[in-house]
Ligand binder design. Structure first.
Ligand code: PMP
Length: 438
């Protein structure tokens, strides 16, 4: 568990009453029975005979396959069976393949505190949206009614204003500078209200704060970790939700070091996000592939507490039904292509450096290599102390055991984030470490 989460866990976790955040429109949404059947069908084995849906017969689809050349020269192939799925209706949360990959990605990037996703509060949920703009618009419709006070730092993204202003809310401008929103000003603004009134029906205490934490549009400002912590503390005090609109997350130019950065994810060089500190389940985070892959594919995703993401999905059911299945598959295949090559890189480096000192099985999916170190009973001390001295970080296998104090000779190595050179160097350092410990 991270230092940050340790600190936050010392405080009582606020129990979230999500119903009080919903607008009348959102609260009135009901699941579409046909959409539920589509979700079910998507997760069922091919042996299921469905006479339920009104989906078109895929044999009538005019496109049978597609080959797409990607940068680097490789070719992505959507063969006929895949094409039949890619051109068909799909579930409203997103295609399961992409969703499952994105959930792993969010966990490894942000490591959201597990306590915030307890059964009472709802687990972490995600859905794919047609660009993060769709997520934004739907989240505002879910949470903002006419006359509500909404906190945000201006100037801000014009698409946000376009989505918010027609809702007739009162936009409250929190002062900001080149480090983003200024918590002292937020505190001053909130001082107009008594936190004890926040939960009272009809209270005017703001229920929503919107911010672009990195590379703000148009200001370019990025919020420091310390400021995020202060804003999060105010969110807890006044019980409001934080909408973290972060399409520039992957475009951060500077390595940020901060005292509270996650131990297990500290290979990620950027400041921890609001999602990463969300012990209560009060952050709705939006990510986008527009700035790093293609804006025309229109793929974004929303991450947050299940009761709220489920409401966004009810809106999707009633509007777009789902983000294009075809573009979701394109993105997924591109991602798989990338991870396959990362996995292969890690396997060759493992062969090169670790053959005599460790054992592993090549993973067929995911982002991790599970490595058993020879002659080492438990990897906890080795990794948390000595490995850090050698500047290589892995996750000691024991943290995945039900009883984390049981000795475990394994380590987990992620091949998702590092470059081939970093992976190779990391395994060279690990090999030295094991040899010294043996
Ligand atoms: N939020 C911000 C801050 C943006 O700058 C943009 C795009 N300019 C969006 C959301 C919308 O992005 P997308 O293409 O994913 O809909």
């Amino acid at each position: 568990m991270s230092n940050l989460q340790n600190v936050l866990h010392l405080r009582p976790i606020r129990s979230m009453n999500y119903a009080r955040f919903l607008t009348a429109v959102s609260a009135a949404r009901r699941p579409s029975p046909i959409r539920i059947l589509t979700e079910l069908q998507q997760r069922s084995p091919p042996s299921l005979i469905s006479l339920a849906g009104g989906a078109p017969n895929p044999n009538t689809f005019p496109f049978l396959s597609a080959s797409i050349k990607v940068s680097g020269g490789e070719v992505l192939v959507l063969d006929e069976p895949l094409m039949k799925r890619a051109l068909q209706y799909s579930g409203s949360y997103g295609i399961p393949e992409l969703l499952s990959w994105m959930k792993d990605l969010q966990k490894s990037l942000h490591n959201p505190p597990p306590a915030s996703y307890s059964p009472e509060r709802g687990q972490m949920e995600m859905c794919v949206t047609t660009g993060s703009q769709e997520g934004l618009c739907k989240i505002f419709e879910m949470l903002v009614s006419s006359g509500d006070n909404v906190l945000l730092d201006a100037p801000t993204y014009s698409g946000t204003l376009a989505a918010l202003q027609p809702l007739g809310c009162n936009l409250i401008n929190v002062a900001s500078d080149h480090h983003g929103m200024i918590p002292a000003d937020l505190g001053k603004i909130l001082g107009r209200w008594d936190p004890a009134d926040a939960q009272k029906p009809g209270s005017s205490v703001p229920r929503v704060l919107y911010t672009i934490p990195n590379g703000g549009n148009p200001t370019g400002a990025s919020m420091t970790y310390e400021r995020k912590q202060e804003v999060y503390e105010l969110a807890r005090k006044y019980d409001f939700l934080i909408i973290e609109d972060d399409p520039y997350y992957f475009l951060q130019f500077q390595k940020v070091t901060c005292s509270g950065s996650h131990t297990l994810t500290s290979l990620i060089p950027w400041a921890p996000t609001f999602l990463s500190m969300d012990v209560d389940g009060r952050v709705l985070r939006m990510d986008s592939f527009s700035k790093i892959l293609s804006s025309g594919l229109r793929i974004g995703f929303v991450t947050g507490p299940k009761p709220l993401v489920d409401r966004v999905v009810l809106h999707i059911q009633a509007s777009t039904m789902h983000t294009s299945t075809f573009t979701q598959f394109l993105l997924f295949l591109r991602v798989i292509d990338f991870y396959r090559s990362q996995r292969n890189t890690m396997l060759s480096s493992a062969d090169k450096w670790l053959k005599d000192v460790a054992e592993w099985h090549p993973p067929m999916a995911g982002m991790f290599l599970w490595i058993k170190l020879k002659g080492i009973k438990d990897t906890q001390q080795l990794i948390m102390k000595k490995a850090l001295e050698k500047e290589v970080l892995l996750v000691p296998g024991g943290v995945f055991n039900i009883n984390s104090s049981d000795p475990c000779p394994y380590v987990r190595a992620a091949f998702s984030l590092s470059t081939p050179q970093q992976i190779d160097e990391a395994f060279r350092r690990l090999a030295d470490l094991i040899k010294e410990a043996m």
